[in-house]
Design a protein around this ligand. Structure first.
Ligand code: C5P
Length: 222
């Protein structure tokens, strides 16, 4: 059977992981959440009481950082040095610091190596910021998922409130815009639509509509 790679990129909180999971389930591919990897490293830096904004301090911790994504019953668990951080890396504070450590060359090299390795022998749906442009430039289908910043803040707000986090919608909007600006302006593999990516604006689409659109796009191409 043919091996397929689907790349889903886009700004923060555009719904990439929700959509990517559904697409992976539908086609029976492996879902790889690359944002979780940068989040896991940010968590590790914070846990070691280093400053994620300090490149030297952060990359010193790379050599003792071991990351695995474990799959069980269709769910992925993010393990750092055998410690399950799946839930902890979703906090708001980790989001912000993930964007800082994701700008460091040494961090990206390590993550991208792991990501390419994971996609080597199986069909994957991989979501992130630089999958179509950098990690898997030969992906069979590339999707660039966008939504208005207000809509993304609203969705993230509902998600965090549901989990019991105390956040303000306005602050979330500010943070999302800050993270997008940081991710788009960094030197190495910035957030950018690949030339051959299909842009899908989800602002006024319901989840099933987005999923159907992408499934049809994949069917057309592979
Ligand atoms: O997708 P998610 O919001 O979980 O990603 C967290 C952060 O990780 C992003 O803001 C970005 O800085 C970084 N990231 C990246 N490249 C990827 C995926 C995520 O730089 N492929």
């Amino acid at each position: 059977q043919q091996q397929i790679a689907i790349a889903i990129d886009g700004p923060a909180a555009a719904g990439k992981s929700t959509v990517a999971k559904k697409i992976a389930d539908y086609f029976g591919y492996i879902y790889i959440d690359t944002g979780a990897m940068y989040r896991a490293f940010a968590w590790y830096v914070l846990t070691n009481e280093a400053d994620p904004k300090n490149e030297e301090q952060s990359i010193q911790l790379l050599s003792s950082f071991s990351l695995t994504l474990e799959r069980e019953n269709g769910k992925t668990f993010v393990m750092v040095n055998d410690h399950d951080v799946t839930k902890e890396i979703r906090s708001n504070i980790v989001s912000l610091h993930a964007s800082s450590v994701a700008a460091y060359g040494a961090v990206r090299t390590k993550m991208v190596d792991l990501q390419r390795d994971m996609a080597k022998h199986v069909s994957v749906v991989m979501d992130g910021r630089d999958i179509g442009t950098n990690v898997l430039p030969n992906a069979d289908v590339k999707i660039f998922l966008i939504a208005s910043a207000e809509e993304r803040a609203e969705r993230r707000y509902r998600e965090l409130i549901r989990k019991g986090e105390d956040v303000s919608k306005n602050q979330l909007l500010t943070e999302i815009l800050k993270r997008d600006a940081q991710d788009s302006s960094r030197q190495i593999a910035p957030l950018k639509k690949a030339e051959d990516a299909v842009e899908v604006d989800t602002t006024s689409l319901a989840l099933p509509e987005v999923v159907t659109k992408i499934i049809n796009e994949i069917r057309r191409k592979v």
